[in-house]
Ligand binder design. Structure first.
Ligand SMILES: NC(=O)c1ccc[n+]([C@@H]2O[C@H](COP(=O)([O-])OP(=O)(O)OC[C@H]3O[C@@H](n4cnc5c(N)ncnc54)[C@H](OP(=O)(O)O)[C@@H]3O)[C@@H](O)[C@H]2O)c1
Length: 300
């Protein structure tokens, strides 16, 4: 039985659908049970955050997946929004840790979400799971987020951290935002476009999570990124070719930084070449290794 926190978001919805289709019993823990019941098939059991009910649930779970957290790009990074981004993650992680410690029957595995922001936002060389923590707000968020469930390993639970790259899918994340200007015939490069994006196709993200659950000897941090980071400019040019629509201008970096502040610096203009060395060494094979193959699939 798999219990998922944060299942009603972009990644969670696709994950639940995949797991249900592959006959895994799935429980979802959500702040909004009414919304979750409309999203998922009846085979998915939906729970709110009532402590005793959750304890029973964790007792019955073989695996717990924690994806929950305030959306990173839903608003300007004001002081209060930054606090929300941190506390929403750390509080959920702490709760899961308490539940795991208290449960008489402990889950075998906890998959803890994190992000490649851990490595910092401006890295000139490639990095992998051996690389150290970087600097910046997102790097600090990731560290606190990962640490919020650190203690479960002292109670015999195998913990896997998934440091996810920029997820490309039809139904959420960055891609619909990149496509929007082309729909209005105002295709644009963001900044100078020379920054590297470490990305992953949503299908590979879900397959990698299943791979990590199934291969029980694995533990620690894994980068969930395709093996070929690509420049932002190449992504926009590829979309332009596939849509047969021109790129009319570029949005200057200083304009983005002026209006969006750290959000622009650490997300839109971030440059990271993060490689999935551990996944590949363990024999995971990506269905979408190149951005061209991913966009060909997603823009179909
Ligand atoms: N999408 C990406 O490209 C990407 C890349 C790297 C890392 N990640 C991380 O992976 C996780 C899943 O990504 P996603 O794109 O599916 O995120 P998402 O669409 O923003 O969904 C996150 C889920 O977290 C819960 N949540 C939202 N705000 C919350 C709050 N203030 N307090 C507690 N829970 C809250 C919600 O679940 P309920 O409303 O059901 O409670 C929501 O469905 C996120 O934590 C994200 O930061 C995503």
């Amino acid at each position: 039985m798999i219990t998922i926190f944060g299942a009603t978001g972009f990644i969670g919805k696709e994950l639940v659908q995949y797991l249900v289709e592959n006959n895994y019993p799935v429980n979802v823990v959500t702040r909004n049970t009414i919304k979750a019941k409309t999203l998922f098939s009846q085979s998915v059991k939906v729970y709110d955050f009532t402590y005793n009910t959750l304890l029973e649930l964790i007792n019955k779970s073989d695996a717990v997946i924690n994806l929950a957290g305030e959306n990173i790009s839903s608003g300007l990074w004001t002081k209060s929004q930054k606090q929300k981004i941190i506390t929403s993650r750390v509080n959920t992680g702490n709760l899961i840790t308490q539940l795991c410690i208290k449960a008489a029957n402990k889950p075998g595995i906890l998959i803890q979400a994190s992000a490649i922001g851990y490595y910092g936002y401006n890295i000139n060389s490639t990095c992998n799971e051996e690389s150290s923590k970087g600097t910046g707000f997102l790097s600090d968020v990731c560290e606190q987020w990962e640490n919020s469930t650190r203690d479960v390993v002292n109670y015999g639970i195998n913990r896997i951290i998934i440091r996810t790259g920029v997820v490309f899918g039809k139904n959420g994340g960055i891609l619909p935002k990149l496509l929007k200007p082309f729909r209005y015939n105002i295709g644009a490069i963001i900044g100078r476009g020379q920054n590297y994006i470490s990305w992953i196709h949503i299908q590979d993200e879900i397959r990698a999570i299943e791979f990590l659950i199934k291969n029980q000897h694995l533990s620690g941090a894994f980068n969930l990124t395709a093996p070929t980071p690509v420049k932002m400019e190449e992504i926009i040019e590829n979309i332009s070719r596939k849509y047969n629509k021109p790129i009319l201008f570029s949005i200057q970096e200083r304009v983005l930084k002026f209006f969006l502040g750290d959000l622009a610096k650490e997300m839109l203009l971030a440059s990271q070449q993060v490689l999935p060395d551990k996944l590949m060494n363990e024999g995971f094979r990506f269905n979408f290794e190149t951005m061209d193959s991913a966009l060909t699939d997603l823009l179909n």
